[in-house]
Write a protein that binds this ligand. Structure first.
Ligand code: COA
Ligand code: AMP
Length: 630
């Protein structure tokens, strides 16, 4: 199936045999303020670090150098919003002016190198401008997804301790505005740390009152400010913190550095996605997720491409032809989204009638990631488009793909259910619980041998111990991905499931632990568990199982309604927590661990083994009956 002369395998072997040589060459694609003399510091703790003595600026590489090289008139950003009824084209020259002025405005508010800035924004050009302006100052951004509630924003404010927050007056979801200002005010009210200022972008759909002490009008400040130059930083300095779900309610602040990130993203745009400077690249995701960071903002811009910022949904804005329209209107070369978006289109237009009439001749490939790509959706997408449909596997932590069929390194057989081969730089192995390598075909923990390639996480913000214990200590010398899977005889990798309590809802990574904490805080709940159950559209949906305190008189339905409202209020609508079942007791091991995996199997109608350590086997029948009634 694979041949040793496959350019991806040749490049992979070179990258693993001599990472310094491989990434040293790749780094020539980047403008360095001070070039590196060493490619990799293997002695750095707790993980090796890339380009340890170089200096660089990410914004310069994403914007200014393209203007200097004659791309000033090329579109850097195309904003298309069926929700706002608006389209906008921003050239590299315009982007440079806006970013430099916003950086000037932030500098006047006291933001400098190393300061943290939270960006709480919908999918509008100002979100991208904000990220780049923070990078221009050598400060550290942390983008918070708009679908999270005030409480989640507050947790991130307390962890990142931002000097400044940039926010818009509102987001737009189908049929409703999402006023951001009350969420922002509430978050700042409940957080212990207080930002000095907030810059508010007033959208025409909703103008909000500003706090005269704390808030400033973004547009006015930007227009009045002097352009700020790019500030050189160490390649190893942090560029951003992106919070992602872990096992507990406290999210993990994944930290990415400047130099390695630039090198990895520039390499991946060319070699993984096969896209050249000047082409149009579209990732239909959100800047609040890692896909948005890497492939709406930094990857395409660092590579001199045009990126599309789409504020809409795959269906309902206005119809299931929305994606085809955008591809046609802007001549998109390569498109990236989550399988759930294609399932949504397929559900409304399985015959593909909306596909007809659009000219998609510019499109060379579709890349899908964020969750497992089911073979039906793969086949449907292939039938609709007649181009390579490429599943690829990666995580917030890795920042760019671990496994893919690298289009820039040629085409190869795609096996349904597999994101194909390891990408150069990633030495993927399958280990058993004791850290022994498993034979081909056997499922175990998917791990990556250190050093990880450039662009992967360098730590968790303010939590080195958690970084080590979450990713590095279980299998010394390896990064633990928390995904389980196997490698087949052709070297293809199959990613089967998470090994922790993280679930994946519509391509969004969510913590069941965070939802359990919210349920457990309800006055009537004695104990609870949240599991991810299969859903044909969103992949998984959260389901709560709750035991009420003795003596609670209210009806189950009443309590469940309150629990649903509570999760929406405290985690956010994106959790899509809509179902909970009241049960008499939860199945546990003799040591008191709740048997979530067994309950998940029951809910999904999957076969399961009676756990040897179960406290009372009769409970499983009770759970099955409660779920069946539901
Ligand atoms: N701000 C505020 N609320 C938001 C939001 C945002 N940025 N994004 C989503 N929400 C809300 C939605 O309005 C919805 O609220 P509701 O319960 O009142 O309907 C809820 O969060 C769940 O949203 P979503 O997951 O988008 O579900 P949906 O039912 O509205 O749409 C899909 C389903 C499949 C069309 C949609 O999930 C989708 O397009 N997914 C693509 C996934 C993706 O891009 N993933 C990124 C990784 S590549
Ligand atoms: P996130 O950090 O939000 O990008 O989510 C990462 C997780 O999504 C991974 O750990 C996997 O569990 C899942 N995931 C992402 N891409 C794939 C894929 N192509 N196949 C299977 N699972 C995937």
């Amino acid at each position: 199936m694979t041949t040793r002369s496959d350019p991806q395998i040749v490049a992979w072997e070179a990258s693993v045999a001599d990472p310094e040589q491989f990434w040293g060459v790749a780094a020539q694609a980047i403008d360095w303020v001070k070039p590196f003399t060493r490619v990799l510091d293997r002695d750095a703790q707790p993980v090796p670090r890339w380009f340890p003595d170089a200096q660089v600026n990410t914004c310069h590489n994403a914007v200014d150098r393209h203007v200097a090289a004659g791309r000033g008139e090329q579109a850097a950003l195309i904003y298309d919003s069926p929700l706002a009824g608006k389209r906008q084209r921003i050239s590299y020259a315009e982007l440079q002016q806006r970013v430099a002025r916003l950086a000037g405005a932030m500098a006047e508010l006291g933001v400098g190198k190393g300061d943290r800035v939270i960006v709480y924004m919908p999918m509008i050009p100002e979100a991208v401008i904000a990220m780049l302006a923070v990078a221009r100052l050598g400060a550290v951004h942390s983008v918070v997804f708009g679908g999270f509630a005030a409480n989640e924003l507050a947790v991130r404010i307390d962890d990142a301790k931002p000097k400044l927050i940039l926010a818009a007056s509102c987001g737009i979801e189908p049929g409703r505005l999402v006023p951001y200002k009350p969420l922002l005010d509430e978050a700042i009210e409940i957080s212990v740390h207080r930002p000095e200022h907030c810059l508010i972008w007033q959208r025409e759909q909703l103008k909000v009152n500003l706090d005269p002490e704390r808030d400033r009008d973004w547009r006015e400040c930007e227009e009045a400010a002097e352009p700020h130059p790019c500030v050189p930083v160490a390649a190893t300095d942090p560029l951003y913190i992106l919070y992602t779900s872990g096992t507990t309610g406290q999210p993990k602040g994944v930290v990415r550095d400047n130099g390695g990130h630039l090198v990895a993203l520039a390499w991946s745009i060319r070699h993984v996605y096969g896209v050249q400077p000047g082409e149009v690249y579209w990732a239909a995701s959100d800047v609040g997720w890692v896909v948005g960071h890497s492939y709406i903002v930094y990857g395409p811009l660092v590579s001199g491409c045009t990126t599309v910022l789409y504020e809409g949904k795959p269906v309902g804005t206005p119809d299931p032809g929305a994606f085809w329209r955008v591809i046609q209107d802007y001549g998109v070369s390569v498109f990236f989204t989550a399988p759930t978006a294609f399932r949504a289109i397929k559900r409304e237009d399985s015959g593909g009638s909306y596909r007809q009439g659009y000219d998609l001749s510019s499109l060379r490939a579709l890349f899908l990631a964020g969750e497992r790509l089911d073979p039906d959706t793969l086949q449907w997408a292939r039938d609709q488009l007649g181009i390579p449909v490429i599943d690829h596997w990666w995580q917030t932590e890795t920042g760019w793909p671990i496994c893919a069929s690298c289009l820039g390194l040629g085409e190869r057989t795609i096996k349904p259910g597999s994101p194909s081969l390891p990408v150069p730089g990633w030495d993927v192995q399958v280990l058993d619980d004791e850290g022994q390598a498993l034979p081909r075909g056997q499922i175990g923990a998917l791990v990556c041998k250190l050093p990880l390639p450039p662009g992967s996480l360098i730590g968790l913000w303010g939590a080195e111990q958690r970084f080590v214990s979450s990713y590095l200590s279980h299998f010394p010398g390896y990064y633990e991905s928390a995904d389980a899977g196997f490698i087949d005889d052709d070297g293809y990798i199959f990613v089967m499931s998470r090994t922790d309590d993280v679930i994946n809802v519509a391509g969004h990574r969510l913590s069941t632990g965070a939802m359990e904490e919210v349920l457990a805080g309800h006055a009537d709940v004695a104990e609870c568990a949240v599991i991810g159950v299969r859903d044909p559209l969103k992949g998984q949906l959260p389901l709560g199982l709750v035991v009420l305190k003795a003596g609670v008189q209210r009806s189950d339905a009443e309590v469940v309604a309150e629990l649903v409202a509570r999760v929406r209020q405290q985690v956010g609508p994106v959790a899509a927590f809509k179902r909970a079942v009241v049960v008499k007791r939860l199945p546990k091991t003799r040591s008191g661990k709740i048997l979530r995996g067994t309950m998940r199997a029951i809910a999904d109608d999957q076969p399961y083994k009676m756990p040897a350590t179960i406290d009372d086997p009769a409970i499983l029948a009770e759970i099955a009956a409660a779920l069946a009634r539901y």
